[in-house]
Design a protein around this ligand. Structure first.
Ligand code: PMP
Length: 283
C-alpha cells in the first residue's frame, strides 16, 4: 500500500505524522474518498469541487491546483499498480504549536493513501440490514471534515448489533438525515424521497450523479424532503448511496422489512445504470 505526503511518494510504513499537525490535535481538516475503477478515477472532478468547497468553508488555503491533485491520483495508481481501489486524501490546516485559533502563516498538509478494494457485489445484490440511531454529529455535516466520531460511533453500534449500517435521525424533529457514511433514500408510491442538501447532510457525489444524470434519464422523480423513521418503515423500497456502496438496497430497518424485504426494482435499476456509467467512463 502506497501513500503521498506533502510532495513525496512514500510507502505507508515509513510515513510519520508531526505530533503538532492540527489534523491530529483538532481534527482541523477535510478529506475525500475517490474510487478507482480499471486504473481510472471516477467522478474525480466532483470530488475535487467538493474538496474545494469544504476547504473554503473552513478557510483552509488552497495550495494545490486541481491538475496537480489529479496527477498525484494517477501517480499513486501507477506506483501502487492498483487497478481497483479507493484513494483517500486529506488536507489539514497545517503544523503549528497547539492553539485553537488559526495560526498565522501555516501551510496545509496534504496526505493521500491508496488501497485495493471493490464494491461489495453480494451486498448490492442482497441488500443491507440497518438500524436507526440518533444523529449526534455537529451542525455542519455539509463539510467533509476529519471529525468523524459521530459516524464512528454509529458504525460501531451497527457492528455491535450485527447489522450492516445505520440510518441517523435527529432527536429534535425525528427526521432521518443520512447513513453513517452514505446518503439515504426511500421509494414510496413511485416517488423517490431523500433529505434536502443543507447543513444536516453531506452532499454525496453519488447522490448528485444519481439525481442529475441517472434518475431523470430513467424517468423517475425525486422529492427532496426529510421523513421520519416511522414513514421510512412504510416505504416500498429503500437504498443507500456512496462512493463505495454505489447504490445498495436497504432491505430491513430495526428488524422490520422494507417493502417485501428484498431489493426493490427502482434501487436495482439505479444501480444498473450507475454501473453502466462507470463502464462508460472507466473502461
Ligand atoms: N454522507 C456521509 C456522512 C458520508 O461520509 C458519505 C461518504 N463520503 C456520503 C454521505 C456519501 O458521499 P459520496 O457519495 O460522495 O461518497
Amino acid at each position: 500500500d502506497y501513500g503521498f505526503f506533502n510532495g513525496q511518494f512514500i510507502s505507508l510504513d515509513s510515513a510519520s505524522v508531526n505530533l503538532e499537525d492540527r489534523g491530529y490535535q483538532f481534527g482541523d481538516g477535510i478529506y475525500e474518498v475517490t474510487r478507482v475503477y480499471n486504473g481510472k478515477c471516477f467522478a474525480l472532478d466532483r470530488h475535487l469541487a467538493r474538496c474545494r468547497r469544504s476547504m473554503r468553508e473552513l478557510r483552509i488555503p488552497i495550495t494545490y491546483m486541481d491538475e496537480e491533485l489529479t496527477a498525484i491520483h494517477y501517480d499513486l495508481i501507477e506506483k501502487s499498480g492498483i487497478k481497483d481501489g479507493a484513494i483517500y486524501f486529506q488536507f489539514t490546516r497545517g503544523t503549528s504549536k497547539r492553539t485553537h485559533a488559526f495560526p498565522d502563516q501555516v501551510i496545509p498538509n496534504l496526505s493521500m493513501t491508496i488501497h485495493e478494494s471493490t464494491p461489495n457485489a453480494e451486498q448490492q445484490k442482497n441488500g443491507m440490514r440497518c438500524i436507526t440511531c440518533e444523529d449526534i454529529r455537529w451542525l455542519r455535516c455539509d463539510i467533509k471534515s476529519l471529525n468523524l466520531l459521530g459516524n464512528v460511533l454509529a458504525k460501531q453500534a451497527a457492528h455491535d448489533k450485527g447489522v450492516d449500517g445505520t440510518i441517523q435521525f435527529r432527536k429534535d424533529n425525528n427526521l432521518i438525515t443520512e447513513g453513517s457514511s452514505s446518503n439515504f433514500f426511500i421509494v414510496k408510491d413511485g416517488l423517490i424521497w431523500t433529505h434536502p442538501t443543507d447543513n444536516y447532510i453531506l452532499k454525496g457525489v453519488t447522490r448528485s450523479i444519481l439525481m442529475e444524470e441517472i434518475i431523470p434519464k430513467l424517468g423517475y422523480t425525486v422529492v427532496e424532503k426529510a421523513f421520519t423513521p416511522e414513514f421510512a418503515l412504510t416505504a416500498d423500497e429503500a437504498f443507500a448511496t456512496s462512493t463505495s456502496l454505489e447504490v445498495t438496497p436497504v432491505i430491513e430497518i430495526d428488524g422490520q422489512k422494507i417493502g417485501t424485504g428484498t431489493p426493490g426494482p427502482i434501487a436495482k435499476a439505479l444501480l444498473e445504470e450507475y454501473q453502466k456509467l462507470v463502464q462508460k467512463e472507466c473502461y
